[in-house]
Design a protein around this ligand. Structure first.
Ligand code: SF4
Length: 355
């Protein structure tokens, strides 16, 4: 047993929370679950997956449901089978294979990262977690997932599922994992298996409201023993704190550009789509500046007519009128804009409605 593993177990052991036998129990039961109910049918779980294929799946899966991603994943890889193929694409070529997944900054970063890998790494993802983390849009979680799933290297991919399962079972609450290095040293199972198993377990059983009655880890789980009291923060009047505090300064702006409310300009050629501005352009002054600098247009910008969350991200819907300049965009009627806003209305997240 490694030295820091021993001292870590001692520290956690003092609180009566874990010991080597308990870690072994955890790994065995998680492995049993994975053998019986792992999602090995998912296309990104195949043997000999490439770093590129892992990366595409992980970026698409950020804040997007598995079922939705599976319908995009195959088409995307068919059109862009390698990172070099993706690096050659521009935004217009890329968008039809990504549009609908949301978080357009994520998509832009995919293109940028592909270009860096094609140019600086001869089209191969570096087998180095720190170098991966320097690429646009790749953080510690995605880097660890690439390292473990594609290269078989030993890194835990700390997403919300891993934190929730480990935090609850050993410490009594999903928010209680702090010493990630301790857990990196503690487990013996290969990271490729453990990451996949914990992701699946956290999606199937140890979900927001955990299904403890169906869980084979129940007998040793701190969360279960304490009925989740460490996790459930309550307000003074006893209600659960669930609604998130929203930081509208971080919001993305969807701009509906028009001329006299008759002609509506689309950012796409084939269908109506508002202009989704990059991060940082979400005030009236910022929106004006963006259109002036990017398209040479002077606008009158209204205050946001709706604030909402789209796929978990604060979003402002804004109407803007062209005052001067030559718009070079496809024109649609007001009806197209109304249909679009009605359609996205269905995708507003509940967490934000609650706030
Ligand atoms: S008993 Fe409940 S809280 Fe504990 S690991 Fe199982 S599902 Fe999660």
């Amino acid at each position: 047993m490694k030295k820091n593993q021993e001292s870590g177990i001692k520290n956690h052991g003092k609180q009566g929370l874990t010991n080597p036998r308990k870690i072994k129990f955890f790994e065995t039961r998680i492995a049993d679950f994975f053998r019986k109910a792992g999602r090995e049918h998912l296309p990104w779980r195949k043997q000999n997956i490439t770093a590129y294929e892992v990366w595409v799946s992980e970026i698409m899966l950020q804040q997007t449901q598995v079922s939705r991603v599976t319908s995009y994943y195959a088409k995307f890889l068919k059109r862009f089978p390698t990172v070099r193929a993706l690096a050659k694409a521009d935004w217009e070529e890329f968008l039809p294979y990504y549009d609908g997944l949301g978080y357009y900054d994520r998509g832009r970063n995919m293109l940028k990262a592909a270009q860096v890998i094609a140019k600086e790494y001869a089209g191969t993802f570096p087998r180095d977690k720190k170098l991966l983390e320097k690429l646009p849009g790749i953080g510690p979680y995605t880097a660890a997932a690439i390292m473990s799933f594609a290269y078989g290297d030993e890194h835990l991919a700390w997403d919300t599922n891993l934190k929730r399962v480990i935090g609850r079972f050993f410490l009594g609450g999903k928010q209680l994992v702090s010493d990630e290095q301790f857990w990196e040293d503690a487990f013996q199972t290969s990271r490729k298996t453990l990451n996949a198993a914990l992701m699946d377990f956290g999606s199937a059983l140890c979900v927001g409201r955990p299904k403890c009655e169906a869980c084979a880890l129940q007998s040793a789980c701190v969360y279960y023993r304490e009925q989740g009291k460490r996790e459930k923060k309550r307000t003074t009047n006893g209600r659960r704190l669930t609604a998130k505090k929203i930081d509208w300064k971080e919001a993305q702006a969807y701009v509906f550009l028009h001329e006299n409310h008759k002609k509506f300009f689309s950012s796409l050629k084939m269908s109506f789509k508002p202009f989704i501005l990059p991060s940082g352009y979400n005030t009236r002054a910022g929106i004006k500046q963006y259109f002036r600098d990017t398209y040479g247009l002077a606008l009158s910008v209204r205050p946001p007519h709706r604030k909402m969350s789209l796929q978990g991200r604060p979003t402002l819907l804004v109407n803007a009128q062209i005052l001067s300049g030559q718009p070079r965009f496809k024109v649609f009627s007001k009806k197209a804009k109304e249909e679009y806003t009605e359609n996205i209305g269905h995708r507003v997240s509940r967490a934000f409605r609650a706030s």
